[in-house]
Design a protein around this ligand. Structure first.
Ligand SMILES: NC(=O)c1ccc[n+]([C@@H]2O[C@H](COP(=O)([O-])OP(=O)(O)OC[C@H]3O[C@@H](n4cnc5c(N)ncnc54)[C@H](OP(=O)(O)O)[C@@H]3O)[C@@H](O)[C@H]2O)c1
Length: 196
């Protein structure tokens, strides 16, 4: 998969892409501005802090390809005096907020919300867990699940329409709290009893 890493700062994106290219020699990763990354991509993975989503998306609304898929990864958790708090969006979830901000011709799914960044940083680490996927429609979820499946030892689970993000985002909050309580960095989820 060809990956374009977007940033507010093209030099930072290019530098990070080169570093990732060394860790993953088979990968094709380039750096670009957020706008260029969005306009050149069929699938856009949204990974900025939730508090800046509105500003970022409103600046880029005309950059999305018609029919593009946006995979929202954001979790509306804020840290206050070092403690994580769920800052519930008016729409019910970050995923539904992203849906409201984007034009109808852009499909929206949520995934990767309960995945710890520490494991993703280590190319030798095995994720060995499940990833909850919700989205606009079955077709949108299937598309997002196809992206999840490309990641080694990550099993996508279809959790239905976009309002399921209200649950999944709280599970991400739970994972953050478990990491703090058990002094870990890698808490994540595996569902048993499902034949998927
Ligand atoms: N960390 C995790 O384990 C984890 C797990 C699941 C979900 N998430 C979600 O994934 C998202 C990213 O998490 P993260 O830990 O990677 O966050 P982060 O490092 O704080 O931010 C990610 C990137 O967002 C951009 N950014 C920061 N402030 C911005 C602003 N004011 N306006 C526009 N862009 C800004 C920055 O890129 P540039 O400076 O290059 O533009 C930054 O590198 C969050 O919504 C988080 O809730 C994180």
């Amino acid at each position: 998969v060809e990956v374009t890493l977007g940033s507010r700062d093209v030099a930072r994106a290019t530098e990070t892409a080169a570093r990732l290219g060394q860790a993953y020699p088979a990968a094709r990763i380039t750096g670009a501005s957020n706008r260029e990354a969005i306009s050149s991509s069929e699938v856009v993975v949204l990974t900025v802090p939730f508090g800046y989503i509105k500003m970022v998306l409103e600046q880029q609304l005309d950059a999305f390809q018609p029919g593009a898929l946006v995979i929202d990864v954001t979790v509306p958790v804020v840290f206050e005096s070092g403690r994580p708090r769920f800052a519930e969006p008016a729409e019910g979830s970050a995923g539904e907020c992203v849906r409201r901000l984007l034009p109808d011709q852009v499909a929206v799914a949520c995934a990767f919300k309960t995945l710890p960044a520490t494991l993703l940083r280590d190319p030798t680490a095995s994720l060995d867990c499940d990833e909850f996927v919700c989205g606009d429609s079955k077709a949108t979820r299937d598309r997002a699940m196809g992206v999840v499946r490309r990641i080694h030892k990550l099993r996508p689970i279809d959790v239905g329409p976009l309002d399921a993000a209200q649950i999944v985002e709280k599970m991400a909050w739970l994972a953050i709290m478990l990491n703090r309580r058990y002094k870990s960095h890698d808490a994540r989820f595996r569902v048993v009893g499902l034949d998927v």
